[in-house]
Write a protein that binds this ligand. Structure first.
Ligand code: AMP
Length: 526
């Protein structure tokens, strides 16, 4: 009985589980690599290719290849391929199927999993990630924030130490910073911040623009290289290769071809850093903001700065952090720390649940499989993980006089989880039979009552008993669980009766998930 942790990354994904001596261990894919590019190539209507081959195919078949799908999670952004529309959940499910299938080649089938998401991911994105797992036929035990996963890996490496950790996670398409405390083995998230529009791909884009400009300067008589999808994909690939090379070397040559013409150039690390300085500055600003929030919650300073995510390999990252924040960052396993932490968490969570439900024989079997001593088992059973809400959540209310809409919040960003908050609302008009409940999630970096500063993530109608005058009270309760998934209920205050409220959070209903799973299982993934 194995449980797995999956880092479903914007640009690369990977999967880990616990070995016979209790260590988190990566599973290599069929191609022999620890990480798999999060790229899906829809070759035919019944054959999908995931990973490096898909990434390489992007140059020749740009219209049939999907990358960076994580940026669309929780949004209504289907992609049409071979006459069918695929939701972001479904496209992510192909990535998960490839990871699970390749990991199963190591011996045990993959069924129970924990999937990680950026800490600032809201309820809709978390829900979409869980549904992607279900469509892939997996049993998603939990959705875990990436910095918590990294902190677990780190905490396991330094079990005896009480400390405050700042996690700086710069991945392929996303960035987040989180302050975490480790105390007596317990893990507590103090606060988190980030941007899902900032990551390694933006550094690549800066190089693509630079290459394009250089090409245009040299060959003003041919078309713009970015007008050709093939050249664009090619440029993106060269850009990523040059960027990675510049993490080790101080200069790197590149050759750009378009319409039979070529431009050869050399990029120095200095040029590259100058081209991307504003991107790095954005991450430093967000890091400062996170530290300010932590200070407001009584956590002044931190003991360790842990760098996570492949893009934190760029030397400029550690240099800037050291200069701006004044600590030496630690860079350990940046690409794998999250999946390993997720595997440890999946293991511990499963063990705890088995112990809590009295299934001691199964718990014992799991612990023995990982070679855990009695002492380690007790330590795991007693450990707690406390996390916070990544964003503010509320519902839309209408002012009785002005009839203007605003968002009234029930849960605020960085509120401890699980959170259960009830707020009293009232009907606007006499004899209303229903009330439309629109569930809103903070869209920007700060909480705002303005309707346009929030995203609608769910809606539903609430039935009101007959003959009630305006001002009939309704108590709405938001329950945000530790994985950041939201449950909404409403109660009538007169009788205490639960009102009929059918709220659909996220894009896909459970029925749609089930039919999608069945439909997609007929498609071959390799
Ligand atoms: P992740 O999503 O955490 O796997 O991060 C992947 C991102 O890290 C991609 O944008 C990669 O291009 C980037 N990356 C991986 N290795 C390096 C490296 N050596 N130098 C710079 N960026 C890298």
């Amino acid at each position: 009985m194995a449980v797995h942790g999956i880092d479903l990354g914007t640009t690369y994904s990977c999967i880990a589980s616990i070995d016979q001596v209790g260590r988190a261990q990566m599973h290599r894919n069929q191609e022999g690599a620890d990480t798999t590019p999060s790229v899906v190539f829809f070759e035919t209507s019944d054959n999908v290719i995931v990973g490096q081959t898909a990434k390489d195919s992007a140059v020749i078949h740009p219209d049939q290849v999907v990358s960076l799908i994580k940026r669309d999670m929780g949004q209504d952004a289907p992609r049409a391929m071979h006459g069918r529309e695929y939701t972001p959940e479904e496209i992510s499910a192909f990535l998960l199927r490839k990871l699970a299938r390749d990991a199963a080649a190591d011996g045990e089938p993959v069924s129970d999993v924990v999937i990680t998401v950026p800490a600032y991911f809201g309820a809709a994105e978390r829900d979409a990630t869980r549904k992607a797992g279900q469509i892939a036929g997996l049993n998603v035990i939990d959705i875990l924030s990436e910095p918590i996963a990294a902190a677990i890996t780190y905490g396991v490496l330094n079990p005896a130490e009480d400390c405050r950790i700042l996690v700086y996670d710069l991945g392929g398409g996303t960035f987040d910073t989180t302050v975490i405390t480790l105390r007596g083995g317990d893990i507590e998230v103090v606060c988190t911040d980030g941007s899902h529009k900032l990551g390694g791909a933006d550094w690549d884009e800066a190089l693509v623009q630079h290459f394009t400009q250089r090409f245009k300067d040299e060959h003003p008589d041919v078309s713009d290289p970015l007008d050709s999808k093939e050249t664009e994909q090619d440029l993106r690939k060269i850009a990523e290769d040059v960027k990675k090379a510049l993490s080790a070397r101080v200069k790197q040559p590149a050759r750009i071809m378009h319409e039979g013409r070529a431009t050869t150039l050399e990029v120095t690390r200095e040029d590259f850093e100058a081209l991307t300085r504003d991107l790095l500055d954005q991450t430093i600003d967000i890091t400062r903001r996170t530290l300010d929030t932590a200070r407001g919650k009584g956590v002044t300073g931190f003991d360790h700065l842990v760098l996570v995510g492949g893009s934190s390999r760029m030397p400029a990252v550690a240099e800037a952090l050291q200069k701006e924040i004044g600590v030496v960052p630690q860079l350990r396993d940046p690409d794998l720390a999250v999946a390993k932490g997720a595997a440890l968490y999946a293991f511990e969570e499963t063990y705890r649940r088995l112990v809590d439900s009295g299934e001691t024989a199964k718990a014992e079997e799991l612990a023995l499989g990982a070679g855990l001593s009695r002492e380690q088992q007790e330590e795991i059973a007693g450990r707690t993980i406390k996390t916070v809400a990544s964003r503010a959540f509320g519902i839309v209310t209408t002012d009785r006089q002005t009839r203007q809409h605003r968002v009234s919040h029930l849960v605020h960003a960085n509120d401890p989880l699980p959170a259960e908050v009830t707020k009293r609302f009232a009907t606007l008009d006499d004899f209303q039979t229903t009330v439309r409940i629109q569930v809103m999630e903070q869209a920007g970096a700060a909480e705002s009552e303005r309707f346009e500063d929030n995203n609608q993530i769910g809606e539903g109608d609430l039935s009101i008993p007959h003959g009630k005058p305006a001002g009939f009270p309704i108590d709405v309760t938001f329950g945000l669980d530790t994985s950041g998934l939201l449950h909404v209920t409403a109660r009538e205050n007169e009788t205490g009766r639960q009102l009929d409220l059918d709220i659909q959070i996220g894009g896909m209903s459970e029925e749609k998930v089930e039919s999608s799973r069945a439909a997609l299982s007929g498609i071959q993934v390799s």
